[in-house]
Design a protein around this ligand. Structure first.
Ligand code: Z5A
Length: 215
């Protein structure tokens, strides 16, 4: 399904630097002349942004785990149909800040809803679409939360419902990413995000460059 274009995803623990690294990668690719389409989850479309507000808003503490799971997939289904598949069909490089692996680790594993239910919903929402490469930024949980909270304090962030989960929850998330990279070592690459942003970016570039289509 992704033959025409190239689909890459960024994943990882809170505050790992996904947004920072995605921006650097997109700039580098565009500088070389590639057409790059960006997506982020939840969000990425107008409808996705409305869903994002419900699912991440700190005040929605009583959102049920099943409702949360379905909302993440609702946002993703919209992005797949509206943004990702059309861009891949045109031969673009599509990069998504989080995708189904986030649901596997946060809802499937850390919330305990299970892998099977997530993969079943993925079949409905994504219809076989899967990233060619997943760049998973790996970082000590406490350092990542510290980075994310420092940034949130600066911009009076209200989308912190999941950031406010226990340290145990975030540790399960990190373990689940490690498990994912053991299950799919060719696709899911763990990247040490404790280094300077430039060093992390170089490591990412070494993984992405061999996959790039000829211009
Ligand atoms: N979620 C879910 O549960 N299920 C799903 O299916 C999906 C998502 C799709 C999305 O929140 C939340 O939803 C997330 C998972 C859950 N929750 N948690 N917890 P989001 O999109 O708002 O946030 P995020 O995806 O977790 O990312 P983030 O907090 O925005 O962090 P980040 O993108 O990884 O990092 P950053 O913004 O690039 O960097 C954070 C700060 O660190 C910033 O001030 C940077 O300047 C700084 N930084 C970045 N890199 C470095 C290095 N290398 N050194 C030092 N400082 C750095």
């Amino acid at each position: 399904m992704t033959d025409a274009g190239l689909f890459l995803t960024f994943e990882g623990v809170e505050g790992g630097g996904k947004t920072t690294q995605m921006r650097l990668l997109v700039e580098r690719l565009r500088g070389l002349g590639y057409t790059v389409v960006e997506n982020y989850e939840p969000g990425g479309t107008e409808i996705g942004r409305q869903i994002r507000r419900i699912v991440l808003w700190a005040a929605n503490q009583n959102l049920s785990p099943t409702a949360e799971l379905l909302l993440f997939f609702a946002s993703r289904a919209q992005a797949v149909d509206e943004v990702i598949l059309p861009a891949l069909a045109k031969g673009c490089i599509v990069i998504s800040d989080r995708f189904t692996d986030s649901t596997l680790v946060y809802q499937g594993y850390a919330r305990g809803l299970g892998r099977d239910v997530v993969l079943a919903l993925d079949k409905v929402a994504c219809r076989g679409l899967a990233p060619r490469l997943t760049l998973c930024l790996d970082l000590d949980i406490e350092l990542g939360l510290h980075r994310a909270r420092a940034r949130n304090a600066e911009d009076a962030h209200e989308e912190t419902r999941l950031d406010d989960e226990s340290l145990q929850f975030h540790k399960r998330v990190r373990e689940a990413y490690h498990d994912l990279s053991r299950r799919e070592p060719e696709r899911v690459k763990l990247i040490d995000a404790g280094r300077r942003p430039e060093a992390v970016a170089e490591c990412i570039w070494r993984l992405v460059e061999p996959l790039l289509p000829r211009l």
